[in-house]
Structures are given as C-alpha cells and as structure tokens.
Design a protein around this ligand. Structure first.
Ligand code: H79
Length: 441
C-alpha cells in the first residue's frame, strides 16, 4: 500500500513537472499592455554593419556572402555621426512613444557589449555599446524601449541551419545544435534584460525560417523552439516586458502583443499575414517609409507624408499601433527624407493627437473613405479620401448625437442619425485632413 502511494505520488510529481502551465501575465505586464495600446506610435530602427553596403538588412543572404567575408563588415562599422540624443528626440518630436531597436538581426551582429559572441560592436572600430547609449537616452527622455532580437542566425554553426530556409550560402559546415543555440540566446537575452534598465518589450523575428516552404499557410516549425523556456526567462527577469513574435501565426502562450508586418491587422495585403487579429492582445503593425528596413541607397520609393498619416490613422482605426521604420545610414546619420516625414507626422499629431492617442479602434473597421477611432462618448471620423462625398456609418452605437463638428475649427457638421445609420456630407475641403467629431451616447 505504501509502495503504491509512493509511486502514485511520483507519477503526480512527474505530470505536474511536464504539464504546460498556462501563462498568467503579471499586474505590471497588464499595465504595460494598456500603456502600449494607448501609445499608438513607435519608431523601428534597423541599423548595424548591414547598413554599410546600402542594400538592406538581408544583403548577406541576398548577395550570398559567406560568414568569412561578411565578418569584414565589422572592421568598417564606425558610425562617427551617431547621436543617441538626436535619435530619441527625433522620435519624441514625431509623437512616437517608444523605440524598437535592432539588437541582433539575422546576420548575427550584436549591437551591445556581449560576452557570448565576438561578432559585436565592441570589436568594431567604434567600440561603444549602442544598445546602452540608446537605452540610457530613452530612459532619460521618457521614451520606452523595445528590443528586436532575431531567432534565426546566418552565421552560428549551432543554429539549426540545415533546416533553415535562408542563410544557405554562409559556408557553414558544422552541425546545428539547438540546445547549444538556445542556451546562447538565453545568455544574450539575460544580458539585455539585466544591463539596460527597463525593457518594455522583446520583438522576436525569424521563426518562419524553420517553416515548410510548400504553402505559406503551413507554419508548423521544423524545430521545437522551446518558447516556454525563452518566454519564461524574460517574464522572470522583467515581468512587465511584453513579448511579441513575428511568426505570422495565432499568438502562442506567453506572448503579450501581436504584430503584423507591412499589413494592417486582418487585411493580409502583403501575403505574409494569414493570422487573424487577436481580440485579446494589443496589436501592432510595422511598416517602412520607403520599401526597405535597413539603409538602401537606391530605394527612393518614399511614401508621402499624407500616406504615412493615413496609415497611422487606419492602424488606429483597427486599434493597432504603427511601428514606423527608419534605416539610418552607416555613419549614424538619418537621411533627410525620413527626418522630414517624421517631423511632419509630429506636427500633425500636435493638432490631431487627441483623435489617435488613448483611443480605441472604431466600432466600424476602416473603410475605403477613411477610419474611425473612439473614446468615451466621442467618435472621431477621419475622412482620408478627398472628395469622399456622403459617408454612412451603419449600426451606429449611440442612440443620439448631441454634437457634430470639425475637430479643427469646431465648425458644425451636418450629421443625421436615422434608423441606426449616420449620414454625413463633409464640406469639400482644401485641407488634407478632415476629422469629424460626433459626440453622443
Ligand atoms: O527585420 C525586417 C525584415 O528583415 C524581417 N522582418 C522585418 C521586420 C523579415 N525577414 N524576412 N521577412 C521579413 C519576410 C520573410 C519572407 C519569407 Fe521567405 C517568406 C520568409 C519565408 C517566406 C523569402 C522566401 C525568404 C525565404 C523564403
């Protein structure tokens, strides 16, 4: 009897040890999720030795550069014009509330003083910890900091490169060893989460490297990433730190926000975002100003300031943040085309910020003519399309509209609520932005 009891107890302990415990976010984490949802606008920064060839952050893979040859870039990276204070001020003046910084992209270069890889900023002629400089400045200026961290690596032998879809021209001959690679990532993440003050989020990318090429919808991974271990570590070190993973799938247990690359939640215009938008987690869309993430010297396909504002508004209409990217130049300076657009957006937000920050996505999702955001008893109707003509808002949630006016100038607007539908005919406007406020309940 005693023996049976003992073996029962052993069995119970074993089950308890292997059972997946479902992630319960801490109070601090939930608070940061709310902050994030209200923040609406952040700056993505793709920068590193990959910026030098001026051909985007995938240059190693695209030009089939071997690890041996690529390592030379480290000797050239000397961004003498980099000024963290200027970068953070620029983001702040653009109305951005957080920065998401590349700490290590797929090329494996670490932008901080890490003990776990020689391919890092301290071994470049610059010899200064860039993550530290940006982190210190963010904390000083009250801008939150997220860190981008690639799960895939085009240079390490222990990354399971044999099954990787990319990084096949790196010249690696060793055998992948995920246990070793996982330990490496944990060591690096521990550095990032213990040496740089408060980190508001970790932005993972690269999961798709281990997914099947046949049919983009099949996203089952060829390796078990052991996310429970990685996420557990992060939440243990900094419980408020929000985890997002750009795996293009339904969020996994342990994740705190969901991102969409070059796509508004649910639209899947890029063809990479099959996942449905979560109705539980905060959402974020990332997008470039031209067509490139890392500095690209020939890419002049800049979006107009108006297009960028429209994107921010439409993201807000879905209740999502916009994480807008810049790829600084190899010398650390930011090209004027980016600076001008960010300044424009900052100016726009000085006027219209109230219709974006702290709002919820519209009860009516973005339409061809524009988008709706809302706060308590107020609906902000952004008419983005010029000459949109008469607009109808069906299934309108208010029983009565008490006041209808232009956000700018307060001029009255004719808005009629009948049988649950609002009909608005905006005045033909010379201005780019027509925002109408409907007050009611
Ligand atoms: O950091 C930026 C990009 O470098 C990174 N994410 C943003 C934020 C990124 N890497 N890849 N992608 C975005 C697009 C992925 C394309 C893929 Fe494929 C399609 C990966 C797998 C299928 C192309 C085709 C590459 C491999 C096969």
């Amino acid at each position: 009897m005693k023996r049976m009891l003992l073996s029962l107890m052993v069995a119970f302990v074993c089950v308890a040890a292997t059972a997946q415990t479902k992630y319960v976010p801490s109070a601090e984490n939930l608070k940061d999720r709310q902050w994030f949802t209200d923040a609406k606008f952040g700056l993505f920064i793709h920068w590193g030795p990959f910026s030098i060839p001026g051909s985007g952050e995938w240059v190693m893979n695209e030009r089939k550069i071997t690890v041996k040859n690529y390592t030379r870039l480290m000797d050239f990276f000397n961004p003498i014009d980099f000024n963290a204070q200027e970068w953070v001020s620029m983001a702040k003046n653009a109305g951005m509330k957080y920065i998401t910084l590349i700490t290590r992209h797929h090329d494996g270069f670490s932008m901080w003083d890490t003990k776990y890889s020689d391919f890092n900023i301290m071994n470049s002629p610059y010899k200064k910890d860039i993550v530290k400089m940006v982190a210190d400045e963010c904390h000083k200026q009250g801008v939150k900091l997220f860190l981008y961290y690639s799960l895939l690596d085009w240079r390490r032998e222990d990354y399971p490169h044999e099954t990787g879809r990319t990084g096949q021209y790196s010249g690696r001959t060793g055998k992948g060893d995920y246990a070793s690679y996982l330990q490496f990532m944990k060591n690096q993440l521990t550095e990032l989460l213990t040496k740089y003050g408060e980190i508001s989020g970790i932005w993972f990318d690269g999961h798709w490297d281990q997914t099947a090429p046949e049919g983009e919808k099949d996203r089952s991974s060829r390796i078990d990433w052991k996310y429970d271990e990685i996420y557990g570590l992060i939440h243990k070190l900094q419980p408020q730190c929000m985890i997002g993973n750009n795996h293009h799938l339904t969020p996994f247990d342990g994740e705190d926000f969901q991102m969409f690359e070059r796509d508004l939640p649910g639209e899947n215009k890029s063809g990479l975002s099959f996942q449905e938008a979560s109705n539980k987690l905060p959402l974020e869309t990332c997008e470039t100003i031209n067509g490139s993430w890392g500095f690209n010297i020939t890419d002049t396909s800049y979006k107009t300031p108006k297009q960028l504002i429209d994107y921010l508004v439409r993201a807000s209409g879905y209740g999502a943040n916009l994480l807008l990217n810049i790829g600084p130049m190899p010398n650390g300076d930011i090209q004027p085309e980016f600076k001008e657009r960010l300044a424009y957006m900052g100016k726009w937000l000085q006027t219209y910020g109230q219709t974006i920050y702290n709002t919820k996505g519209g009860y009516l999702r973005p339409q061809a003519w524009g988008a709706v955001t809302q706060s308590t008893n107020k609906m902000y109707v952004h008419v983005l399309k010029k000459d949109a003509g008469t607009i109808t808002l069906e299934n309108f949630p208010y029983k009565k509209i008490n006041k209808a006016y232009y956000f700018k100038g307060n001029g009255a607007v004719n808005a009629v609520l009948k049988n649950g539908t609002v009909t608005i005919t905006p005045n033909a406007s010379e201005e780019d932005d027509v925002v109408i406020v409907l007050e009611g309940a």
